[in-house]
Design a protein around this ligand. Structure first.
Ligand SMILES: *Cc1c(COP(=O)(O)O)cnc(C)c1O
Length: 455
């Protein structure tokens, strides 16, 4: 049989692949990007085009594609074994990775529960928090337990993670089947939920979080939030001090603090973890995306001694954590993660993120004057540019016009791949991007916006 050609691939994709978060009718009418290769920060498509990967393979790639050290580590592990189970057995890679994660993360998080992706890391944290409440406070208290999360939060798409999500567009459809959870306002400064302006802000949205905890009167077993940036909501950068206030409120009301660093972890915001900016250590920390450099699905939920120890007991006390996945602790994934963390270990790459963020910020500065650019938000190498119909009223663009989508589509002809969040253009380039690449990204985006929306 002759091997399939590019047209076969396009046909079979159109006939059979149901793409995530994709309106298939629109996709089928478009000219899809078929990636056949990767080279550093570039994707290579079936027509030989080279596209700068400006969204880092949907936020998980840190150091580009075909990184020699990561490739070699995965290949070496293939020569040993690909996968076994972590249910009651172990292997060197997972033990080394757990130790490395404990060393890199804020002090006190000494125990690592592995899973496969961001959503499962969050599910694990939520279930650990519930069972911890059950084990420490008993059934009557646990029966009343609820989670508290923020509006505009995104923690993944499984039912538990979606229940603590707050992005209307993604989560409202499923509301009837989601566990009820409490919500506090999102620190969306451009559209402040409590009607403040940056000049008179004293993080009043954090007051609301405190009040919600007080009203719940001890029922909240955990507060979950994305430190630094609410990413999927459109790169909403949290005001400095919000996290500190949230952490203090959790302590005051006996709720665990779960931090979801799935998007912000591993250097994205300029520190290894965003919570380190404010010196906050959570009770549970979720990491995924960048952990394997964007190679393989591995995630982890880190826990304190206090939580871990609570689950210890004789077998027939049934205190153990009743949760797990078949591919947990996958050896190829652990090898990729160890190699990735090894490349971050000397700190040079992360230490340079603040400087690169400045390069990007300066390159984007001319865009701020454009009459359809409402807000440019940035934390390290996470950036969101909110396009609006009218700057004075902050009125949004008409969703059906697909402005963000068309701007990103046109960038493909300029050698750049981006995926927007509606009319918020997201820039999330690899940490190892060069200054010239960042400048080219910003300048090309500016040109594409002017082409689509006028000067
Ligand atoms: C992407 C993301 C998730 C979900 O991760 P998946 O690997 O896609 O399940 C969870 N939390 C945050 C903050 C994310 O950005």
């Amino acid at each position: 049989m002759k091997p399939p050609g590019p047209e076969d691939i396009r046909q079979w994709d159109a006939d059979h692949v149901w793409h995530p978060f994709t309106q298939m009718q629109e996709y089928l009418a478009s000219d899809p990007l078929v990636v056949v290769g990767g080279d550093g920060h570039y994707l290579i498509d079936d027509r030989g085009r080279r596209l700068f990967d400006g969204t880092s393979a949907l936020w998980c790639n840190l150091l580009g594609h075909r990184v020699p050290e990561i490739d070699a580590a995965v290949i070496a592990q293939l020569g040993r074994f690909a996968h076994t189970t972590l249910l009651g057995t172990t292997h060197p890679g997972v033990a080394m990775l757990a130790r490395q994660l404990v060393e890199m993360t804020p002090r006190g998080l000494n125990h690592v529960f592995f899973s496969d992706n961001g959503a499962t890391a969050v599910e694990s944290a939520l279930k650990i928090a519930f069972q911890y409440r059950l084990l420490t406070k008993g059934k009557e208290e646990a029966d009343k337990a609820v989670y508290l999360s923020l509006e505009n939060a995104y923690h993944g798409d499984t039912l538990g993670a979606a229940a603590v999500g707050g992005v209307e567009l993604f989560h409202d459809v499923f509301k009837p089947i989601l566990l009820p959870s409490l919500k506090a306002p999102s620190p969306y400064c451009y559209r402040c939920p409590v009607g403040k302006a940056p000049t008179d802000c004293s993080i009043d949205c954090a007051d609301e979080l405190e009040r919600a905890l007080a009203r719940a009167d001890g029922r909240v077993c955990a507060v979950i939030l994305e430190p630094g940036v609410q990413a999927a909501a459109g790169m909403l950068v949290l005001p400095e001090g919000f996290l500190t206030r949230a952490a203090a409120a959790c302590r005051a009301h006996g709720a665990l603090l779960i931090l979801d660093e799935v998007a912000t972890g591993f250097g994205r915001t300029g520190t290894l973890f965003a919570c380190q900016r404010e010196g906050v250590t959570p009770d549970l920390l979720c990491v995924a995306k960048g952990l394997t450099g964007g190679y393989l699905p591995v995630a982890a939920t880190l826990a304190t001694d206090e939580i871990y120890d609570t689950f210890l007991g004789r077998y027939d006390e049934y205190r153990h954590f009743f949760h797990g996945h078949t591919y947990t602790g996958n050896a190829l994934g652990c090898a990729a993660a160890l190699a990735t963390l090894g490349l971050l270990e000397d700190g040079a790459i992360v230490a340079d993120v603040d400087r690169k963020a400045r390069v990007l910020r300066e390159a984007l500065a001319p865009l701020a004057a454009h009459r359809h650019v409402g807000d440019i938000r940035q934390a390290g190498l996470m950036c969101g540019i909110e396009l609006v119909a009218d700057r004075a009223t902050k009125q949004m663009l008409v969703p059906g016009e697909r402005t963000g989508y068309h701007i990103c589509l046109s960038l493909r002809d300029r050698g750049i791949f981006l995926r927007p969040l509606g009319d918020i253009i997201v820039l999330m380039p690899p940490l190892s991007s060069t200054d010239a690449e960042l400048q080219h990204l910003a300048a090309s985006l500016h040109t594409a916006i002017v082409e689509r929306m006028g000067a």
